[in-house]
Design a protein around this ligand. Sequence first.
Ligand code: NAD
Ligand code: ZN
Length: 365
Amino acid sequence: MINQIKVNLANRSYPIIITDDNFEALAKKLSQLKLGTDAVIITNSRIRRLYAEELRKALNSLKISAHIFNVPDSEKSKSISEYVKIISKISSIDTKKRLFLIALGGGVVGDLTGFMAATYKRGIPYIQIPTTLLAQVDSAIGGKTALDLPSGKNLVGAFCQPKLVYSNINLIKSLPPRQIRCGLAEVVKYGIIVDTKLFRYIEKNYKKILGLDNSCLGYIIKASSLIKAKIVENDERETSGLRTILNFGHTIGHALETAAGYSKLNHGEAISIGMVCSAEIAHLMGVLPREELLRIIKLLNTLKLPQEAKKGDLKAVLNAFLRDKKFINGRVRMVLPSRIGHVFVTENIPYNLIKKVIKKRMAKT
Ligand SMILES: NC(=O)c1ccc[n+]([C@@H]2O[C@H](COP(=O)([O-])OP(=O)(O)OC[C@H]3O[C@@H](n4cnc5c(N)ncnc54)[C@H](O)[C@@H]3O)[C@@H](O)[C@H]2O)c1
Ligand SMILES: [Zn+2]
């Protein structure tokens, strides 16, 4: 199986390859792209053990030498200190070489590598080899790169498009089920924001999807990549407002992640709770019918995605929420659904309503 999607962005255009091959399509594309003579692979030790050798072989067959740098396996890698550490290593090997970077990993490795590519020598090429479902359907596409600060997620970053996204379905087969579910949260998000058909597809095929059936995974990865690519093509730098709809579930989700110290809740789990809260707010405001709210809750439930955060510090969540960069001119900007397949961006949400819903969804122990 091989599908290719193009992200059309003038001279920053690039292909997304969706495949289940053994790195052949990657080698073929790299030989056309001629990105450099030396690849620096950024990964972590777990992913390195699984896939780095195969990747190194593919690169060596093209006479590209490969350096491999590990980062710790956690969101903490998206930090200024890790950035300085790795970028210093890159500069120490960079003598008269044509370097390019390869992000071999999930969203954490992808965001960090992308930011290094954006800033090292004012920009060098990089490619994304996403190894989580979440990264294949979302974070590897679109050129948002980021580091976290203790005060909030993704507060340091740059837009920098990769030269290629190589999404190999076989690479996600080694993921623990919890990580598959986290990726599915982003796929459900696409269904709610623009694609009723995709939402229905997950409702119908969830068993095969959770069983990692290749054709089902291929379908949802392709559908998601197409949606993300289209949105990015039309609003690359989130200036027209279109790209904002990708933040559905994320304003509250990020606040939960930040308040939990980025560790207890995975990103997909946090946005699952964020999506339920947003849908509930929309329902209480009278814009989302009850049956649509229940359908969203039911699907997340079927996928065993959480809809409630553990009892915790509500004040910390609200503080993180208010500090979020989507809080504009003192007003909360949120994406709310009006039905499955359609959302709108609004700043007219009573803060008390948001508080009430978050409080309710943090009530369980
Ligand atoms: N740039 C964007 O547009 C964007 C969009 C969405 C999310 N993000 C970011 O992505 C990050 C989350 O990404 P993630 O969910 O991929 O998390 P992650 O990168 O932390 O990966 C999750 C876990 O899976 C492990 N793993 C990765 N690939 C594996 C494999 N093939 N087999 C076994 N284990 C594997 C990792 O080592 C890690 O422990 C967050 O930092 C989030 O902010 C960025
Ligand atoms: Zn996300």
